[in-house]
Design a protein around this ligand. Structure first.
Ligand code: BGC
Length: 262
């Protein structure tokens, strides 16, 4: 029997969801997307998630995982990037679970993307220290040691040299905003990745986010000691990772061994 779960990826501009096949990490349904409501307030975002869930799972039988651009500790959102500040200190897991009528797991979006990549993408069977970064409106990060997630790293908010909050300088949104060429952007990214190399000495960098489809344009321009590869799961990574974590609970009950990552 195919094992399925739903992942929802909440971002500053869009909320995306799909049913995911937990055996191979592929999307089982089409990906549905709605705009993030203006202001990104909790009640408005919950309402959009409800609409998406109704579309994907009328009978409400599947587990649901939600990923979010914030530090998430025990289901509580501790920060808010590109959404309302009302999320800070909110029991998001409790709120979603009550409103959607099912137990919901909430985690950071980059952590979710990393979980997907380690399970089904470029991080498969990689040991040692792997750092996944997502390049988009912001810069998200997920750190794994021997496949185990160390949650809630916020490497995109590092101050590096004269640059405060590196994501405002080196995200793909910054490239668009400032009309940078890939060459100019790769120089900015190098500042970020060289700094990470200095601190972490990782074994592998994985680069995700929508822009990673253009990896040939910028990854070869960086001169790093650490191997750096594009993510395989690209835009759907957050959905897949969130679904995987949510679904693993019930998969576990069905007797399949699971690896706890949180
Ligand atoms: C947030 C992170 C998030 C990343 C990507 C950053 O601004 O602080 O939590 O993972 O954006 O969405």
């Amino acid at each position: 029997m195919t094992k399925l779960a739903i992942g929802i990826d909440i971002g500053g501009s869009g909320i995306k969801a799909a049913v995911v096949d937990l055996e191979n990490g592929e999307l089982y349904s089409e990906r549905v997307k709605l705009a993030t409501p203006e202001g990104g307030k909790p009640a408005d975002i919950v309402a959009v998630c409800k609409t998406l869930l109704d579309t994907l799972d009328e009978d409400k039988v599947l587990s649901v995982g939600i990923c979010f651009p914030a530090v998430v500790r025990n289901g509580v959102t501790m920060s808010a990037a590109n959404v309302s500040d009302a999320w800070i200190g909110l029991d998001a897991a409790g709120l979603f679970s009550e409103a959607l009528g099912t137990q919901i797991i909430v985690l950071n979006d980059a952590d979710a993307a990393g979980v997907a990549e380690m399970a089904f993408g470029s991080g498969q069977s990689k040991s040692g220290l792997v750092i996944m970064t997502t390049l988009g409106t912001g810069i998200g990060s997920a750190i794994f040691y021997n496949q185990v997630l160390i949650p809630n790293s916020e490497l995109g908010h590092l101050d590096i040299g004269k640059v405060e909050n590196i994501e405002t300088y080196a995200s793909s949104a910054a490239m668009e905003r400032e009309n940078l060429t890939f060459g100019q952007w790769a120089n900015r990214l190098s500042i970020f990745f060289e700094h990470l190399e200095k601190i972490f000495n990782p074994d592998l960098f994985i680069v995700g986010g929508g822009i990673s489809k253009d990896h040939e344009e910028f990854l070869p321009l960086m001169n790093l000691h650490t191997p750096i590869v594009p993510a395989v799961t690209k835009n759907a990574a957050g959905i897949i990772g969130a679904a995987l974590l949510a679904g693993n609970q019930s998969v576990g009950e069905m007797g399949r061994p699971i690896r706890r990552v949180l």
